[in-house]
Design a protein around this ligand. Structure first.
Ligand SMILES: NC(=O)c1ccc[n+]([C@@H]2O[C@H](COP(=O)([O-])OP(=O)(O)OC[C@H]3O[C@@H](n4cnc5c(N)ncnc54)[C@H](O)[C@@H]3O)[C@@H](O)[C@H]2O)c1
Length: 459
């Protein structure tokens, strides 16, 4: 009897899994079936001499506002946030920036004010820096209302949203860039430069992570990042913030551009202990954090397999007590570059500092590596952007966004890259549910990644 029931259960639950997965596959098929617009891989729009920008969410968005507004040929046409005090604070700051803000309109108070703003102001571009679940709906509506969308990471939280972004961008011919600032870090730019020069040979394997202990954010219980982020952690599964680590290594490997692409992913998580303990230790038993179950594993480890068979480890942990790392490791047939701390090893050594790959060039010795291989973009912009946020990467990113828009160039990160990088979250969740079974990446480019140009070394 027990055996019969067990078998029946397995049958029913297997059917359940098949039904769910075929349902979601059908849904994906519908969303991905045919392109109703243009391929956006190397999309270039007409040059914008004066860029009229609106901002939604101006906490992290405040940095984007400052960096944008200090570049020539920029105009601020609208600021929107839920809170009046934040809008007023940012409005005051505009006086010290160089952008034109003579026609700025302000919006706050209601979660749908941004929709009114889009219709009233008709901006050229919108910068979105709100909570994660707002990114995709906001980006999609911005494009529908005629604006290029620039969103904070991630671009969306599920595959349906990501397909919606791709389809809308293709249909409206509007850029939709996920602003992965880490791709503009000094080390990341230098590693890209070293990879493109072929100095570590054929690329085989990368390691990426977002390991950042952020339990303290739970003290933002009523307003601010921790408020929505903590809720998201209790309700979601998988690798929840993959793009800071993955974005740079994906560009070293040219994934989704010409050479190679994301094929499938396997994912496993550890037990979930740290957040529940932290809530218990720091909040009284009636506090909302103690009524939630933080059941997503404290540390997630996912491995991507690419079409060429290369591997990328992507880890995520915002809970455990350990130092910050994005790993930032890229391994080739002739050497390895790694981050946190920065180290490089070449098979034939490096200019008298190392004689082979058995020891790292690191610490003060790295000065010579930077002198030789710093990316030209970093050399060109570092002095202008050094105080722009996150060691200068925020400013370089914004400089490039504005430079590309003004000159009608393809952006450094296309809509498909943002979607592939963000897709780690829902795909890892599915893999975890199926005990680590491989999950195929949808091809957001519908096969056209082979036509997309390699990201060149921008001078
Ligand atoms: N790339 C980076 O280095 C980096 C750094 C920090 C944050 N982030 C990302 O930036 C985003 C924002 O993070 P944050 O720390 O500023 O969060 P936050 O909660 O402090 O700020 C988000 C702001 O968006 C506003 N907002 C939310 N919904 C809105 C709506 N419907 N209409 C108008 N405004 C709305 C909120 O009022 C809030 O002021 C997140 O995606 C986060 O992951 C990225």
């Amino acid at each position: 009897m027990r055996e019969y029931n067990r078998r029946k259960f397995i049958q029913t639950s297997t059917l359940g899994v098949i039904a769910t997965s075929s349902l979601s596959l059908n849904c994906q098929r519908n969303l991905s079936s045919e392109r109703k617009g243009s391929y956006m891989g190397d999309f270039k729009d007409k040059p914008l001499e004066n860029i009229r920008a609106a901002f939604i969410g101006i906490n992290r968005g405040s940095t984007h506002l400052k960096n944008f507004a200090n570049l020539p040929g920029t105009e601020i046409v609208a600021l929107c946030d839920l809170y009046e005090d934040i809008v007023v604070r940012e409005l005051k700051k505009l006086e010290s920036y160089r952008a034109n803000f003579s026609n700025v309109k302000t919006y706050w108070g209601d979660k749908n004010q941004w929709k009114v703003m889009l219709k009233e102001v008709r901006p050229d571009v919108v910068f979105i820096s709100t909570n994660w679940r707002n990114h995709a709906p906001m980006a999609v509506q911005c494009m529908k209302d005629g604006a290029h969308a620039f969103s904070e990471v991630p671009l969306g939280v599920n595959l349906e949203e990501l397909w919606d972004i791709v389809n809308t961008s293709e249909k409206t011919k509007k850029h939709c860039m996920m602003m992965e600032n880490v791709n503009y870090g000094r080390d990341e730019l230098m590693f890209l430069n070293i990879c493109r020069k072929g100095l570590i040979g054929e690329l085989l394997h990368a390691e990426a992570a977002y390991i950042h202990e952020l339990r303290w954010q739970m003290f933002n219980a009523d307003r601010g990042t921790g408020n929505w982020r903590t809720l998201h952690y209790s309700e979601s599964k998988g690798n929840l913030y993959p793009t800071h680590g993955l974005g740079p290594v994906a560009q070293y490997m040219n994934l989704a551009r010409h050479d190679d692409n994301f094929k499938h992913i396997i994912s496993l998580s550890s037990p979930a202990i740290g957040r529940n303990n932290f809530a218990n230790e720091n909040f009284d038993s009636n506090h909302k954090w103690n009524k939630m179950d933080f059941s997503n594993g404290d540390i997630n480890s996912s491995i991507i397999k690419t079409n060429l068979g290369r591997t990328v480890l992507v880890q995520w942990d915002e809970t455990s007590p350990r130092p910050y790392t994005r790993l930032n490791l890229i391994q080739g047939t002739k050497g390895t570059l790694a981050g946190f701390p920065t180290r490089v090893a070449f098979e034939n050594g490096f200019e008298g500092l190392t004689k082979d790959h058995l020891s790292w060039v690191e610490g003060d010795e790295l000065k010579r590596v930077y002198e030789k291989y710093d990316h030209p973009l970093y050399k060109r912009l570092n002095k202008k952007t050094i105080s722009s946020g996150h060691g200068g990467m925020d400013g370089i990113m914004m400089y490039r966004i504005v430079e590309c828009l003004k000159n009608g160039l393809a952006l450094d990160q296309n809509v498909y890259e943002g979607c592939f990088w963000s897709a780690i979250t829902p795909l890892s969740a599915r893999s975890i549910e199926r005990d680590g079974a491989p999950q195929s990446f949808p091809d957001f480019t519908r096969g056209d990644w082979k036509k997309t140009k390699t990201l060149k070394i921008v001078l």
